[in-house]
Design a protein around this ligand. Structure first.
Ligand code: PLP
Length: 423
């Protein structure tokens, strides 16, 4: 029976055995005991289900992976130590030296840095595109070495909403894997596999955990991409000598997730910890409720700021005049999320004065948890970018990023109001 999303938030990913723990216990063990040698050998050959070493898989991490895979409608998921490691491992699963990624420039600053600075050091190039550019311009960046088209559903911090139809059509035409970072939308507001994506990345440190308690990342395999005989993805079609000659394209399911785990998690080891998996699993229980409240609060806050004389501009797709309003109606009909950005009239010093005057809303290098917080990206998360790169990433210098929490909206607005009165 196919359950609805809010049911999967509380019931997905784990079913106890009779007499077993009702919620997944924290399996705080690096290793597992087997009485039978063949049983263990079968696990190494991927012939059986089970665990042999927590770097490869762990029951608590598996419960969280199962829940996120169910929520996104994917076939499998791989839990990682952080959102950054999820993106890195996903890229390395398909890319080698000489390959390239075609990525939206409107992405999280850390991901931009990974693509623009770190991956080129190992010979993987990224070609950035403006997500608002026409399809013909984006297509020009693709060649036979392109392995991934990378995007964000709701871009951090430019709050641009992805035109899934446009990107999916390009990806399908060229037979390239379409990857989406769905961190700020979550499956509650948008399910990218229903709009043509093949791979989903999450920083679970954000809304999935939701309480600023656990760092983590997840890669979700859509199971909807054909690697078999596809010359662009040769590494899926040749025997993996490091894994008993396994040909990943011949596996019946979860080809990407299996290759990622067997090669990248095994060799790089950036696995999610059982403790963080437990907290993130628990966080997902209330995800549907929280996303509803984050979205309705942010809509109210956006309308308030938009009407304020000291505010230059506000970006949130709930605003009818917002450039992405129509795309949000199509792809985010249940709510546009809790993240918004705005510019304060005046210089950077005015923005700083405003942020320091806030009492309830705190300054943090974090977004997307239950408590409202603010950040000035140009001097923090995006400080490594040049002025041109900031503009390319859609981050003006006076931009203030506000992550609207689930407090009473009147209290959030009252705090903004008193802080604006001081500048
Ligand atoms: N993706 C997005 C959209 C993010 O906002 C972040 C972090 O802020 C990341 C990825 C990286 O995640 P993490 O901090 O868990 O490594």
């Amino acid at each position: 029976m196919a359950y609805k999303l809010d049911t999967l938030c509380v019931q997905g990913g784990y079913r106890p055995q009779s007499g077993g723990e009702r919620i997944p216990p924290i399996s705080q063990s690096t290793t597992y005991y087997y009485a039978n040698t063949q049983e263990m050998a079968d696990l190494f050959d991927l012939k059986g289900d089970g665990y042999f070493y927590t770097r490869l898989a762990n029951p608590t991490v598996a419960a969280f992976e199962g829940k996120v895979a169910a929520l996104e409608g994917g076939v499998a998921a791989v839990g990682c130590a952080s959102g950054m490691s999820a993106t890195t491992l996903a890229a390395l699963t398909v890319c080698g030296a000489g390959d390239n990624i075609v990525s939206s420039s409107a992405i999280y600053g850390g991901t931009f840095n990974l693509f623009a600075v770190t991956l080129p050091k190992v010979g993987i190039e990224t070609r950035f595109f403006d997500p608002d550019a026409p399809a013909e311009e984006i297509e020009k960046l693709i060649d036979d070495k392109t392995k991934i088209i990378f995007t964000e559903t709701i871009a951090n911090p430019s709050i641009k909403v992805l035109d899934f139809g446009k990107i999916a059509a390009i990806a399908q035409k060229h037979g390239v894997l379409f990857a989406v970072d769905n961190t700020l939308a979550t499956p509650v507001l948008c399910r990218p596999f229903e709009h043509g994506a093949n791979l989903i990345i999450h920083s679970s440190s954000k809304y999935l955990d939701g309480h600023a308690a656990a760092l983590g990342g997840v890669i979700v395999d859509g199971g909807n991409f054909n690697y078999k005989g596809n010359s662009r993805y040769e590494s899926f079609n040749v025997p993996d000598e490091s894994y008993h000659g396994l040909v990943y394209a011949d596996l019946p399911a979860a080809q990407f997730a299996t290759k990622c785990r067997a090669q990248m998690i095994r060799d790089i080891g950036a696995i999610m910890s059982p403790q963080n998996a437990f907290l993130s699993w628990l966080g997902c229980d209330t995800l549907a409720l929280r996303m509803e409240r984050h979205s309705s609060n942010a809509k109210k806050v956006a309308a308030y700021l938009d009407a304020h004389p000291k505010i230059d501009w506000v970006w949130h797709a709930s605003l009818p005049a917002n450039k992405y309003h129509a795309l949000a109606e199509k792809y985010l009909p249940k709510g546009q999320g809790g993240m918004l950005s705005f510019g304060i009239k005046g210089d950077v010093a005015q923005a700083a004065k405003f942020m320091e005057a806030l009492r309830l809303i705190t300054q943090e290098t974090h977004v997307a948890d239950v408590r409202s917080c603010v950040l000035h990206p140009a001097s923090t998360t995006h400080r490594q970018l040049t002025k041109e790169e900031l503009e390319q990433a859609g981050v003006p210098e006076n931009l203030v990023r506000l992550s609207v929490g689930i407090e009473n909206p009147d209290d959030i607005i009252a705090d903004l109001d008193q802080a604006l009165a001081r500048i």
